[in-house]
Design a protein around this ligand. Structure first.
Ligand code: COA
Length: 175
């Protein structure tokens, strides 16, 4: 468990299903994620199952982000051990995040990611962490730039343009 000023970051539990459903049923949340919001709670249960498998196999995966003041799970953020090949890279840690729309613009992606990157560099002993996002996803690109990631240019991801980002340990300043 990681604690920041406003957040608790922990493994996802099945009891987070309704919060994740509220997030993932929203078409705006999925605008740059392939435009296929979920339709049923069972799809969320399957996602949590998949993430629990990743916790077991890799020791890490996306984590729940909980607002300390309300105890609400507002979304997820975290490092995925990316084993498949993408943009000529494989076996790397990739940062990702997703929040309920009503909580956007409050700095939660930045605050949770800072703590998670610190964990990655200090506990997983990696020298570099990667991220990528749809080139049109300006909010996500802004978050990555604020965190110190360097934009290494675009590549083709499933027929869309994506931007590829890299963060060297030496360029990460944990606040
Ligand atoms: C991308 C996403 C995670 C950003 O989360 P967030 O908590 O809003 O991020 P932050 O508040 O830390 O930073 C957001 C930046 O977006 C902009 N922003 C400002 N107001 C905003 C608002 N009302 N809504 C969205 N973004 C806003 C700002 O540029 C802000 O940077 P600033 O604080 O320096 O001005 C969120 O928009 C989201 O969940 N999107 C849907 C899922 C997704 O696209 N995930 C990323 C896939 S790569």
């Amino acid at each position: 468990m990681i604690e920041t000023n406003r957040l608790i970051i922990r493994e996802l539990e099945f009891s987070d299903d309704k919060d994740l459903f509220e997030m993932d049923v929203d078409p705006e949340v999925h605008l740059f994620l392939g435009n296929s919001p979920v339709k049923a709670l069972s799809e969320i249960t399957a996602v949590i199952n998949m993430l629990k498998k990743q916790y077991d196999e890799n020791g890490i995966a996306r984590w729940a982000v909980v607002d300390k003041s309300t105890n609400e799970c507002i979304g997820w953020s975290g490092l995925k051990l990316f084993k498949e090949r993408i943009n000529n890279h494989e076996n790397f840690y990739e940062l990702g995040y997703r929040f309920k729309k009503k909580h956007w613009g409050k700095g939660f992606a930045t605050e949770s990611s800072e703590a998670i990157l610190k964990y990655g560099f200090e506990n997983l002993h990696v020298d570099k962490i990667f991220a990528y996002t749809d080139s049109k996803n300006l909010n996500s690109k802004k978050v990555l730039s604020k965190l110190g990631f360097e934009n290494k240019g675009t590549f083709d991801c499933d027929g869309e343009f994506c931007d590829w980002f890299e963060l060297e340990k030496s360029n990460f300043i944990a606040r």
